[in-house]
Design a protein around this ligand. Structure first.
Ligand code: TYC
Length: 148
């Protein structure tokens, strides 16, 4: 058995739980490359690169993305009482009385207004909560979401 001076190798565990080892010098060389891959605001998928010595395809950075965001909107109608809309904005969107009144009046005058911006599941939940609450109180108030 050979216990003498083995080549030093660096071990990586990928997101897919694959274990890769590389000669130490090649890892040092890789860490000095591709400054754009270190920009956390770069939302493009990383391109696989081939390590020159091992031939293994490497990802320059983990496959993470910023989630898409969705606007939750209230629509005007002629029947829902203003106080009801203010209450909805306080209850489901955590607005103060002043903020809720301002948004309600904006919707009343302009036809549509922004309640908040959320990830998909949160936006979907807010829309359902408002629609269920309005229906349960026999109000025609409409709430929708749209991608930012
Ligand atoms: N236009 C309604 C009224 O005059 C008030 C209202 C405001 C309704 C905002 C819906 O999203 C709305 N009673």
């Amino acid at each position: 058995m050979n216990f003498g001076n083995p080549e030093r190798r660096i071990c990586f565990i990928s997101a897919e739980s694959m274990i890769y080892t590389f000669p130490e010098e090649s890892v040092t060389a890789m860490s000095q490359q591709t400054p754009t891959s270190q920009n956390p605001h770069n939302n493009e998928p990383s391109r696989p690169r081939e390590d020159r010595q091992s031939g293994v395809m490497l990802k320059a950075r983990p496959e993470t993305r910023q989630p898409s965001l969705y606007k939750v909107l209230l629509l005007n109608d002629d029947f829902t009482p203003m106080e009801f809309v203010v209450h909805v904005l306080e209850r489901f969107f955590h607005k103060t009385a002043d903020e809720a009144t301002e948004i309600m009046l904006h919707v009343h005058r302009r036809g549509v207004g922004l309640c908040g911006i959320y990830t998909f599941e949160v936006a979907e939940t807010k829309v359902s909560q408002v629609m269920d609450f309005s229906r349960a109180n026999e109000q025609p108030l409409q709430c929708t979401m749209e991608k930012e």
